[in-house]
Design a protein around this ligand. Structure first.
Ligand SMILES: [Zn+2]
Length: 95
C-alpha cells in the first residue's frame, strides 16, 4: 500500500502496533508492505475480515494499523526506510 503526502506540511506516519514513526516531507510517497501470518493468505482484519491494513488520518498524522506479522516501509524506489521483520513469514519461511 502506498501513502503519499500531497500536502504542504510534513506528515507523521505511525506504523502500529510497533509504534514506529516516520516523518514524511511534502511530496514524499512511502510504500508499506506486510505479509500474512496465515499460510492460506487470509487476514485477521481490524474492523472487517481480510483487511491487511487500517488507516486513520488526522490533520498532521497518518496511522497505519498493520494486521500482518511484519511491516516493511520503503520509498517508491524500493529503498528501505524502516521495518519490523523479525517475524516476517517471507523472510523466515516455515519449515
Ligand atoms: Zn514481511
Amino acid at each position: 500500500m502506498s501513502i503519499g503526502n500531497s500536502g504542504e506540511e510534513p506528515l507523521e506516519l505511525a506504523v502500529e502496533p510497533w509504534a514506529q514513526l516516520h516523518r514524511m516531507p511534502p511530496k514524499q510517497t512511502c510504500v508499506v508492505v506486510t505479509h500474512s501470518p496465515a499460510g492460506d493468505g487470509t487476514w485477521s482484519g481490524t474492523v472487517s475480515r481480510d483487511e491487511p491494513f487500517q488507516v486513520d488520518h488526522r490533520p498532521d498524522a497518518v496511522t497505519v494499523w498493520v494486521n500482518g506479522n511484519c511491516f516493511h516501509l520503503s520509498d517508491t524506489d524500493g529503498n528501505a526506510i524502516d521495518a519490523a521483520d523479525w517475524d516476517c513469514p517471507a523472510r523466515n519461511p516455515a519449515p
